[in-house]
Design a protein around this ligand. Sequence first.
Ligand code: NAP
Length: 469
Amino acid sequence: MKIGSSARPLGVAIIGSGPSGFYAAEALLKQADFEVRIDMFDRLPTPYGLVRGGVAPDHQKIKNVVAVYEKAALNPRFRFFGNVKLGRDIQVEDLTRHYDQIVYAVGNESDRKLGVTGEDLSGNHSATAFVGWYNGHPDFREETFDLTQESVAVIGIGNVAIDVTRILARDPEELKETDIAGYALDALRQSKVETIWLLGRRGPAQAAYSPAEIKEIGDLVSADLVIDPAEVVLGPESEKDYTDPQNKKNVDYVVEHARRGEGTLARKVRLRFCVSPVEVLGQDGRVVALKLERNKLTADASGNVKASGTGEYETIPVGLVFRSVGYRGIPIPGVPFDDRAGKIPNAEGRVLNQAGGDVLAAQYVVGWAKRGPSGLIGTNRADSVATVKAMLEDAAAGKFGGETVEPDDKAIPALLEGRGARYVSFADWKVIDEVERTTGAARGKIREKLTTVEEMLEAVQSRKAPLSV
Ligand code: NAP
């Protein structure tokens, strides 16, 4: 019987329910050549990955994208199994046995380190942890950040660094109606942070933030954005970067803003360029300062601009450090991992047994796990469509793993129940969603997130119906 016919649908497992996973589901459901059945798994009981756990609470509009994901999730050919972790509750061998194709949409769960002395000091944090904390992610709700410190540093000038800076710099009353975690709002209300150093190792023409994001910092009513005019003067090495429209907007903005001087507000965001942290300095095990080296920029033959140290140093007093120098994937048992690149090795979305190695039949990858931690949410749509194209080409050519048993809708629920895994269906998630919205409404917020897996499972159980798919 042809795989992909209505009598024998193409069975696909998608691991991860963030944007890239949902865009893959959407593309599979939209195509007309194959009859598909999709099961999506997530280690959390809640779907949507970084849309829920990463996008900042003051960027609610971006979160409207979940309407598209929900449409896919409500398709009768789609099932959601939340609270099911690959490598713990289900193994790659289970997937290859029960599905014709597997798509890893697992994102990047960890972050890059700086590799400087003092990174183990208390008060030195990853932006990932801070973002997860204020967004109520169960992995990070127990983190603590000493916001009694008056001076903090954010290392890196990508959009995550900007998010962290904005949440620290904003008047918390502007966040009180959002879906920010309740404990984070309370902590931010007590914050004594006055100075936020935002530290770029290269110049304004190489900044990784988007023009809209830096403008949002400049527009804050609760903090002044302060830039040294001497640090935004471009050298000849930046000429090529300045021809890029986005870079040009970024440069023009900071050049204009630098003219405004110190401003009058107590809270300052001090944006610096061409400085690299070389040591986190501590006292009694706690961060007290950051040693910076001034950089010079040089362009190689293709115009790529690199920073290198000049041997000129300065020390800024800070009590907290957030490194925001990029995310990084973590290995999953049974799934190949390219440790150097921090992602799943692949050729245009087809998983390889190792970097530069052979294609593993019927296994695919999308999103940050495929290409590394770059791009906006929408970037993942075209990326997932490209992987789905490869999947459909392989299906048309009959290239499958060859170990799959006849699909049976009851097999996965039975397997999970047999292992004592309490999976959460999409209908169950809608119960969690309803509880969060109702609790939020009572507090004048969009939603009050449940922030532990236990609370989420209790909310589902409180419906007094058995968990169902
Ligand atoms: P990113 O855009 O790659 O930025 C990383 C930053 O860290 C860069 O400024 C980089 O500088 C710097 N960096 C790297 N290694 C460093 C080191 N050793 N020392 C000092 N600085 C270092 O990563 P991200 O901010 O984590 O964002 C990830 C993706 O999510 C991006 O595509 C971003 O646009 C997206 N995102 C978007 C939004 C939004 O649209 N609102 C919000 C959050 C995230 P160099 O350029 O010199 O390497």
